[in-house]
Design a protein around this ligand. Structure first.
Ligand code: C5P
Length: 228
């Protein structure tokens, strides 16, 4: 129906940061608050979808009518997404996943006594979005959207991610743009989809500053339309 355009669809969303432990009391993380991902999950439910939200540690409440899977590390997030992905018609990865984790987490608290420095060795986490891009069905029935936060070369970097991770849409935002980025209730995005002027160049749209909820709705309707 017109008011429930996502009725019958399964939507999978990732949101928030991940926490990568160093020892039992410390972790590496980032400034993600989960606002964009939670807005997407809430909006998808309001538009009639069945929604699974895989969320890193955030202080937001679960949106009404959404199945929330809480995770801590990137590895946990990967496992939760790999359980849900095959059933998802639309997948939006808005999480700020830690690219690296500590190799050999210390079993006890790391002590400072007598040490001038310590070295942490980091190893790469799985790229969940790239994994999903590599295994989505090729009949067009699964639509995949990634996000990219950049501090420079926004469009060039985003275009690389769109193609490299086999996404159907890539939503790019500039950390330093006023009204965009972490912890704000608004966002300013550039939306990239394949099929621009030539094979190498995506289709690019610059959207004006929007409330994250309004942006979420607009993105979801676009993604549903891409699915056809
Ligand atoms: O390459 P970059 O981390 O900037 O890509 C951002 C996009 O990839 C986001 O959609 C993010 O959720 C996703 N991502 C992921 N797993 C990672 C790293 C990024 O799903 N390990």
């Amino acid at each position: 129906t017109a008011s429930l355009p996502l009725k019958g669809l399964n939507v999978l969303v990732t949101a928030g940061p991940t926490q990568e432990p160093l020892d039992p009391v410390r972790y590496l993380t980032n400034h993600s608050t989960g606002k964009m991902g939670y807005a997407l999950a809430a909006s998808a439910a309001e538009l009639g979808a069945r929604v699974t939200l895989v969320s890193g540690p955030v202080s937001l409440e679960a949106p009404a009518g959404v199945d929330v899977v809480r995770v801590t590390t990137a590895q946990d997030m990967f496992e939760a997404v790999s359980d849900a992905f095959a059933a998802a018609d639309i997948t939006v990865m808005a999480a700020a996943v830690g690219d690296f984790r500590v190799d050999g987490v210390a079993p006890e608290k790391i002590k400072k006594a007598g040490r001038e420095s310590i070295t942490l060795r980091l190893v790469a986490n799985p790229d969940i979005l790239a994994w999903a891009g590599g295994r989505k069905r090729d009949d067009g029935s699964q639509v995949l959207c990634g996000f990219a936060m950049e501090t420079e070369h926004l469009v060039r970097n985003a275009a690389k991610k769109l193609a490299g991770k086999h996404c159907d849409m890539l939503v790019a935002n500039d950390l330093r743009e006023p009204g965009a980025g972490f912890a704000t209730d608004t966002n300013v995005v550039t939306v990239l989809t394949p099929g621009g002027p030539d094979e190498q160049t995506p289709h690019i749209e610059h959207w004006d500053l929007m409330d994250k909820t309004a942006l979420a709705k607009r993105l979801l309707l676009r993604l549903a339309a891409l699915r056809g």
